[in-house]
Ligand binder design. Sequence first.
Ligand code: HEC
Length: 275
Amino acid sequence: MQRALFFLIGISFLACQPSAKSTEDQPQKDSTQTVQSTTDSTVIDLVAKKASLGTPETITVTNDPVFHRNKTFAAIPLVTVLKQIPAYARLKPEETQVVFECEDGYNPSMPLSKVLTSKAYLAVKDKDAPAGEDWTTLQKGPETKKIAPFYICYTDVKGDDPTYKWPYNLVRISLTSASKETAALFPKHDDSVVKGYGLFKTHCLTCHALNGVGGTLGPELNQPKSVTEYWKTEDLKAFIANPESYRNKVKMPKLGLKKKEIDEIVGYLSYMAKQ
Ligand code: HEC
Protein backbone atom coordinates (compact mmCIF):
# COMPACT_ATOMS: atom_id res chain seq x y z
CA MET A 1 0.00 0.00 0.00
CA GLN A 2 1.39 3.33 -0.89
CA ARG A 3 0.92 5.19 2.25
CA ALA A 4 4.26 6.65 1.76
CA LEU A 5 3.69 9.79 -0.24
CA PHE A 6 1.59 11.24 2.48
CA PHE A 7 4.08 10.94 5.21
CA LEU A 8 7.56 12.14 5.49
CA ILE A 9 7.94 9.97 8.29
CA GLY A 10 10.17 9.52 11.04
CA ILE A 11 11.09 8.42 14.39
CA SER A 12 11.68 5.46 16.25
CA PHE A 13 10.16 2.17 16.57
CA LEU A 14 10.64 -1.03 18.33
CA ALA A 15 10.78 -4.28 16.67
CA CYS A 16 8.97 -7.48 16.52
CA GLN A 17 11.72 -10.01 16.09
CA PRO A 18 14.49 -10.83 18.45
CA SER A 19 17.69 -10.09 16.66
CA ALA A 20 19.36 -13.04 14.98
CA LYS A 21 22.51 -10.96 14.67
CA SER A 22 22.39 -10.24 18.30
CA THR A 23 25.52 -10.87 20.20
CA GLU A 24 26.63 -9.66 23.58
CA ASP A 25 25.30 -6.14 23.33
CA GLN A 26 22.04 -6.60 21.48
CA PRO A 27 18.94 -6.97 23.54
CA GLN A 28 17.75 -10.55 23.39
CA LYS A 29 14.12 -9.70 23.63
CA ASP A 30 12.26 -7.22 21.62
CA SER A 31 10.09 -4.79 23.36
CA THR A 32 6.76 -4.98 21.63
CA GLN A 33 6.75 -8.64 22.45
CA THR A 34 5.25 -7.59 25.65
CA VAL A 35 4.45 -9.01 28.96
CA GLN A 36 1.25 -10.66 27.95
CA SER A 37 -0.05 -11.39 31.40
CA THR A 38 -3.56 -10.01 31.48
CA THR A 39 -2.73 -7.78 34.41
CA ASP A 40 0.09 -5.91 32.72
CA SER A 41 -0.34 -5.98 28.97
CA THR A 42 1.33 -3.14 27.06
CA VAL A 43 -0.96 -3.49 24.04
CA ILE A 44 -4.47 -2.44 23.14
CA ASP A 45 -6.27 -4.19 20.29
CA LEU A 46 -8.39 -1.33 19.00
CA VAL A 47 -10.58 -3.51 16.82
CA ALA A 48 -11.48 -5.93 19.62
CA LYS A 49 -12.10 -3.04 22.05
CA LYS A 50 -13.93 -0.83 19.57
CA ALA A 51 -17.20 -0.70 21.49
CA SER A 52 -15.59 0.40 24.76
CA LEU A 53 -12.85 2.82 23.71
CA GLY A 54 -14.69 5.93 24.85
CA THR A 55 -17.26 8.49 23.76
CA PRO A 56 -16.26 10.20 20.53
CA GLU A 57 -16.44 13.96 20.20
CA THR A 58 -16.53 15.96 16.99
CA ILE A 59 -13.18 17.51 16.09
CA THR A 60 -11.94 19.60 13.19
CA VAL A 61 -8.46 19.21 11.72
CA THR A 62 -7.18 22.12 9.68
CA ASN A 63 -5.27 21.10 6.57
CA ASP A 64 -5.17 17.41 7.40
CA PRO A 65 -1.91 16.03 5.92
CA VAL A 66 -3.43 12.72 4.81
CA PHE A 67 -6.59 14.11 3.20
CA HIS A 68 -5.00 17.43 2.17
CA ARG A 69 -7.97 19.46 3.30
CA ASN A 70 -9.86 20.49 6.40
CA LYS A 71 -11.57 17.50 7.96
CA THR A 72 -14.15 16.69 10.61
CA PHE A 73 -13.99 13.43 12.54
CA ALA A 74 -15.69 11.65 15.39
CA ALA A 75 -12.69 11.07 17.63
CA ILE A 76 -11.69 9.97 21.11
CA PRO A 77 -8.83 11.76 22.90
CA LEU A 78 -5.84 9.47 22.47
CA VAL A 79 -4.94 9.70 26.15
CA THR A 80 -8.33 8.17 27.04
CA VAL A 81 -7.43 5.19 24.87
CA LEU A 82 -3.85 4.90 26.13
CA LYS A 83 -5.05 4.83 29.72
CA GLN A 84 -6.86 1.58 28.93
CA ILE A 85 -3.56 -0.15 28.31
CA PRO A 86 -2.96 -2.02 31.56
CA ALA A 87 0.75 -1.14 31.79
CA TYR A 88 0.09 2.58 31.20
CA ALA A 89 -0.08 3.48 34.87
CA ARG A 90 3.37 2.14 35.70
CA LEU A 91 5.28 3.48 32.68
CA LYS A 92 7.18 6.78 32.74
CA PRO A 93 6.19 8.95 29.74
CA GLU A 94 9.76 10.13 29.16
CA GLU A 95 11.01 6.54 28.85
CA THR A 96 8.16 5.16 26.77
CA GLN A 97 7.46 5.00 23.05
CA VAL A 98 3.93 4.71 21.68
CA VAL A 99 3.96 2.34 18.71
CA PHE A 100 1.09 2.62 16.22
CA GLU A 101 0.58 -0.72 14.49
CA CYS A 102 -1.12 -0.53 11.13
CA GLU A 103 -2.61 -3.41 9.21
CA ASP A 104 -0.10 -3.12 6.37
CA GLY A 105 3.04 -3.27 8.53
CA TYR A 106 3.59 0.46 8.80
CA ASN A 107 4.63 0.98 12.42
CA PRO A 108 5.43 4.57 13.28
CA SER A 109 6.11 5.51 16.87
CA MET A 110 6.37 8.61 19.04
CA PRO A 111 7.58 9.34 22.54
CA LEU A 112 4.68 9.07 24.98
CA SER A 113 5.64 12.43 26.48
CA LYS A 114 5.19 14.04 23.06
CA VAL A 115 1.80 12.40 22.54
CA LEU A 116 0.64 13.62 25.95
CA THR A 117 1.57 17.24 25.30
CA SER A 118 -0.35 17.39 22.02
CA LYS A 119 -4.06 17.31 21.30
CA ALA A 120 -3.89 13.84 19.78
CA TYR A 121 -7.05 11.93 18.86
CA LEU A 122 -8.06 8.48 17.74
CA ALA A 123 -10.50 9.17 14.92
CA VAL A 124 -13.18 6.49 14.70
CA LYS A 125 -15.32 7.94 11.93
CA ASP A 126 -14.95 10.41 9.08
CA LYS A 127 -17.84 12.86 9.31
CA ASP A 128 -17.49 13.54 5.57
CA ALA A 129 -17.98 9.86 4.63
CA PRO A 130 -21.02 8.90 2.55
CA ALA A 131 -24.15 8.12 4.58
CA GLY A 132 -23.96 4.72 6.22
CA GLU A 133 -20.18 4.50 5.97
CA ASP A 134 -17.55 5.27 8.60
CA TRP A 135 -14.72 6.17 6.21
CA THR A 136 -13.99 7.39 2.75
CA THR A 137 -11.17 5.58 0.98
CA LEU A 138 -8.47 7.80 -0.42
CA GLN A 139 -7.48 7.55 -4.04
CA LYS A 140 -3.93 8.60 -4.84
CA GLY A 141 -3.21 7.90 -8.48
CA PRO A 142 -3.82 4.19 -9.01
CA GLU A 143 -3.51 3.41 -5.31
CA THR A 144 -6.41 3.15 -2.91
CA LYS A 145 -5.66 3.84 0.71
CA LYS A 146 -7.75 2.25 3.39
CA ILE A 147 -8.19 4.64 6.31
CA ALA A 148 -10.37 2.28 8.40
CA PRO A 149 -10.55 1.16 11.09
CA PHE A 150 -8.78 3.99 12.96
CA TYR A 151 -6.74 7.10 12.23
CA ILE A 152 -4.52 9.23 14.49
CA CYS A 153 -4.84 12.99 14.06
CA TYR A 154 -4.18 16.21 15.97
CA THR A 155 -5.97 19.52 16.32
CA ASP A 156 -2.89 21.49 17.38
CA VAL A 157 -0.07 20.14 15.21
CA LYS A 158 1.07 21.13 11.72
CA GLY A 159 0.85 18.29 9.21
CA ASP A 160 4.35 18.86 7.86
CA ASP A 161 6.11 18.30 11.18
CA PRO A 162 7.71 14.86 10.61
CA THR A 163 8.05 14.16 14.33
CA TYR A 164 4.28 13.74 14.64
CA LYS A 165 2.76 10.60 13.16
CA TRP A 166 -0.64 10.48 11.45
CA PRO A 167 -1.11 6.73 10.88
CA TYR A 168 -4.31 5.42 9.32
CA ASN A 169 -5.47 1.83 8.82
CA LEU A 170 -4.46 1.55 12.49
CA VAL A 171 -5.37 -1.65 14.37
CA ARG A 172 -3.29 -1.76 17.56
CA ILE A 173 -1.31 0.53 19.84
CA SER A 174 1.49 -0.69 22.05
CA LEU A 175 3.76 0.92 24.60
CA THR A 176 7.40 0.02 24.68
CA SER A 177 10.57 1.09 26.38
CA ALA A 178 12.44 3.77 24.48
CA SER A 179 15.78 2.59 25.79
CA LYS A 180 15.57 -0.86 24.22
CA GLU A 181 15.44 0.59 20.76
CA THR A 182 18.41 2.75 21.56
CA ALA A 183 20.26 -0.31 22.84
CA ALA A 184 19.66 -2.12 19.56
CA LEU A 185 20.38 0.70 17.11
CA PHE A 186 22.56 3.35 18.74
CA PRO A 187 26.09 3.35 17.22
CA LYS A 188 27.99 2.90 20.44
CA HIS A 189 31.35 2.18 18.81
CA ASP A 190 31.51 5.10 16.39
CA ASP A 191 30.63 8.70 17.28
CA SER A 192 30.94 9.84 13.68
CA VAL A 193 27.72 8.11 12.61
CA VAL A 194 25.48 9.31 15.46
CA LYS A 195 24.00 11.96 13.21
CA GLY A 196 23.19 9.36 10.57
CA TYR A 197 21.55 7.25 13.27
CA GLY A 198 19.29 10.16 14.23
CA LEU A 199 18.36 10.78 10.60
CA PHE A 200 17.69 7.08 10.02
CA LYS A 201 15.40 7.00 13.07
CA THR A 202 13.48 10.03 11.87
CA HIS A 203 13.17 9.18 8.19
CA CYS A 204 13.54 5.43 7.65
CA LEU A 205 12.80 3.36 10.75
CA THR A 206 9.02 3.65 10.47
CA CYS A 207 9.15 1.52 7.32
CA HIS A 208 12.44 -0.38 7.57
CA ALA A 209 13.96 -2.55 10.25
CA LEU A 210 17.61 -3.05 11.06
CA ASN A 211 18.31 -6.38 12.77
CA GLY A 212 14.57 -6.87 13.16
CA VAL A 213 14.01 -3.54 14.96
CA GLY A 214 11.73 -1.19 13.03
CA GLY A 215 8.84 -1.07 10.60
CA THR A 216 7.91 -3.81 8.16
CA LEU A 217 6.35 -1.86 5.31
CA GLY A 218 9.70 -1.78 3.50
CA PRO A 219 12.36 -4.51 3.54
CA GLU A 220 14.77 -5.15 6.41
CA LEU A 221 18.00 -3.34 5.49
CA ASN A 222 20.64 -5.18 7.53
CA GLN A 223 19.76 -8.84 7.89
CA PRO A 224 21.06 -11.22 6.76
CA LYS A 225 22.98 -8.87 4.45
CA SER A 226 23.23 -5.10 4.71
CA VAL A 227 22.05 -3.11 1.70
CA THR A 228 25.47 -1.46 1.79
CA GLU A 229 27.00 -4.86 0.88
CA TYR A 230 24.96 -5.54 -2.24
CA TRP A 231 24.18 -2.02 -3.53
CA LYS A 232 26.92 0.14 -5.00
CA THR A 233 27.25 3.16 -2.74
CA GLU A 234 26.43 5.70 -5.44
CA ASP A 235 23.33 3.72 -6.48
CA LEU A 236 22.19 3.38 -2.90
CA LYS A 237 22.43 7.14 -2.38
CA ALA A 238 20.70 7.89 -5.67
CA PHE A 239 17.93 5.40 -4.85
CA ILE A 240 17.32 7.00 -1.45
CA ALA A 241 17.26 10.42 -3.09
CA ASN A 242 14.73 9.34 -5.71
CA PRO A 243 13.43 5.73 -5.56
CA GLU A 244 11.31 6.24 -8.66
CA SER A 245 14.39 6.74 -10.79
CA TYR A 246 15.22 3.05 -10.12
CA ARG A 247 11.89 1.26 -10.06
CA ASN A 248 8.53 1.93 -11.66
CA LYS A 249 5.63 1.95 -9.22
CA VAL A 250 8.07 1.96 -6.34
CA LYS A 251 6.46 1.92 -2.92
CA MET A 252 9.10 4.00 -1.20
CA PRO A 253 8.41 7.74 -1.24
CA LYS A 254 10.83 10.43 -2.28
CA LEU A 255 11.80 11.86 1.10
CA GLY A 256 13.30 15.17 0.07
CA LEU A 257 16.54 14.64 1.99
CA LYS A 258 19.64 16.73 1.36
CA LYS A 259 22.69 15.07 -0.21
CA LYS A 260 24.62 15.49 3.04
CA GLU A 261 21.84 13.84 5.04
CA ILE A 262 21.84 10.86 2.68
CA ASP A 263 25.62 10.55 3.08
CA GLU A 264 25.16 10.48 6.86
CA ILE A 265 22.44 7.83 6.65
CA VAL A 266 24.49 5.61 4.36
CA GLY A 267 27.48 6.06 6.70
CA TYR A 268 25.31 4.80 9.55
CA LEU A 269 24.04 1.85 7.47
CA SER A 270 27.64 0.89 6.64
CA TYR A 271 28.49 0.97 10.34
CA MET A 272 25.43 -1.18 11.14
CA ALA A 273 26.52 -3.73 8.51
CA LYS A 274 29.15 -4.84 11.02
CA GLN A 275 26.75 -4.94 13.95
C1 HEC B 1 7.00 5.10 3.84
C2 HEC B 1 7.83 3.96 3.95
C3 HEC B 1 9.30 4.10 3.64
C4 HEC B 1 10.20 5.01 4.13
C5 HEC B 1 9.92 6.18 5.06
C6 HEC B 1 11.47 4.63 3.61
N1 HEC B 1 11.36 3.53 2.83
FE1 HEC B 1 12.88 2.56 1.86
N2 HEC B 1 11.54 1.32 1.02
C7 HEC B 1 10.20 1.28 1.28
C8 HEC B 1 9.59 0.26 0.48
C9 HEC B 1 8.11 -0.11 0.50
C10 HEC B 1 10.60 -0.32 -0.28
C11 HEC B 1 10.46 -1.40 -1.34
C12 HEC B 1 10.47 -0.60 -2.62
C13 HEC B 1 9.90 -1.27 -3.83
O1 HEC B 1 10.66 -1.97 -4.47
O2 HEC B 1 8.73 -1.02 -4.14
C14 HEC B 1 11.83 0.37 0.08
C15 HEC B 1 13.07 0.06 -0.45
C16 HEC B 1 14.27 0.56 0.04
C17 HEC B 1 15.57 0.13 -0.37
C18 HEC B 1 15.87 -0.93 -1.41
C19 HEC B 1 16.05 -2.25 -0.73
C20 HEC B 1 16.31 -3.32 -1.73
O3 HEC B 1 17.39 -3.92 -1.67
O4 HEC B 1 15.45 -3.56 -2.57
C21 HEC B 1 16.48 0.86 0.34
C22 HEC B 1 17.99 0.75 0.26
C23 HEC B 1 15.72 1.75 1.19
N3 HEC B 1 14.39 1.54 0.98
C24 HEC B 1 16.29 2.64 2.07
C25 HEC B 1 15.58 3.59 2.78
C26 HEC B 1 16.18 4.62 3.60
C27 HEC B 1 17.66 4.77 3.83
C28 HEC B 1 15.17 5.38 4.09
C29 HEC B 1 15.26 6.62 4.93
C30 HEC B 1 16.05 7.68 4.38
C31 HEC B 1 13.91 4.81 3.61
N4 HEC B 1 14.21 3.73 2.82
C32 HEC B 1 12.64 5.29 3.93
C33 HEC B 1 9.50 2.08 2.16
C34 HEC B 1 10.05 3.17 2.82
